[in-house]
Design a protein around this ligand. Structure first.
Ligand code: ATP
Length: 305
């Protein structure tokens, strides 16, 4: 319990007659980067809007640092910093003036805190330049600085890398990881790009059609991806099939003259040696890693069946 920054308890959202979110439950831990991944229209933005109190929750509840967003809104929401729609910035003012202006609207933000958030997003050098001259990545970082001013324990970013070039993406990723690891901020990011999420997140929740269909730890999935799909071309194929099944204690399927089975790399040399010893002719072997991408596509495919 104490380790949870946010608990999402069976939330639903109806808009008009349509049920857009159909009962989501998951928890976000302190200091983790949690990725919210799903195809366009899956319900990411709608869920995030409920998390930050922009729209009401039809059924269920969200607890932030143990406080209900429904019955204890003020207490709950003060722990949340977010960029949901584009942050409001004045291009003719410097980054510093923008932050100062925003800080004045919130009680008790000191100049020291402003300097601290500038450091956290690495904008020290450019902070006195006009925002109009900032790159999109710098503006995004200024937005993050603004969202961090009141020292939230959860930062929520809807598609934070949208429209950024590769170096901008790299920077944002680095600052987000830093916030989680060094400041113990729980960061929730949404995206429809898996490759990006894989590099940034500790866990990824896959959402499709208003439902969470999987929550994956990126680390575990990378570990599991040591398991390969092997494609082995050999004759006589039936004899080879029986041998591989016996040796690896796994099921093998065949297609034309190729055997297909799951294995780890370390098993391959002995397997080949034994097959050759039994006079099996080997024409080639190919290993394919199962990536998160495969898993993701597979999961979405299954859910849509
Ligand atoms: N105000 C609304 N009125 C009617 N339908 C809505 C409304 N807001 C969202 N929807 C519908 O709810 C579904 C989920 O939308 P949502 O914006 O949450 O998806 P998303 O996962 O964020 O996708 P995207 O990446 O395209 O923003 C979509 O089918 C959308 O058309």
């Amino acid at each position: 319990m104490a380790n949870h920054a946010m608990q999402i308890n069976n939330i639903h959202k109806n808009i008009g007659r349509k049920e857009i979110i159909k009962g989501l439950s998951f928890t976000i831990n302190k200091g983790e980067v949690f990725g919210f991944l799903g195809p366009n229209g899956a319900g990411k933005t709608t869920t995030i809007r409920m998390m930050v109190g922009l729209i009401s929750i039809t059924k269920g509840d969200i607890l932030i640092e143990g406080k209900s967003i429904k019955t204890n809104f003020k207490e709950a929401i003060r722990h949340v910093g977010a960029i949901v729609e584009n942050p409001e910035m004045y291009p003719y003012m410097s980054g510093w003036k923008n932050l100062l202006h925003y800080a004045r609207m919130i009680d008790g933000i000191s100049k020291d805190r402003i300097n601290e958030v500038i450091k956290l997003v690495g904008l020290e050098k450019a902070i006195h330049e006009k925002v109009g001259r900032y790159s999109l990545g710098m503006r995004q970082r200024l937005g993050i600085a603004q969202a961090l001013l009141h020292n939230p324990s959860i930062l929520i970013l809807d598609e934070p890398t949208n429209g950024l070039d590769p170096s901008g993406i790299r920077e944002i990723r680095q600052y987000i990881r830093n916030l989680a690891e060094k400041e113990q901020v729980a960061v929730i990011v949404s995206s429809h790009l898996l490759s990006e999420m894989e590099m940034m997140c500790d866990r990824i929740g896959v959402i499709n059609n208003g439902r969470i269909i999987a929550i994956e730890s990126v680390q575990d999935t990378l570990q599991q991806s040591k398991v390969n799909q092997a494609l082995l071309k050999a004759t006589p194929i039936e004899v080879a099939k029986v041998m591989v099944e016996e040796m690896l204690q796994t099921s093998v399927t065949t297609r034309n003259d190729t055997l297909m089975f799951a294995t780890i790399e370390d098993e391959i040399p002995t397997l080949i040696k034994n097959l050759v010893n039994e006079e099996i002719q080997i024409y080639g072997i190919q290993l394919e890693r199962t990536t998160l991408e495969d898993k993701f596509i597979h999961l979405i495919g299954e859910a849509n069946q």
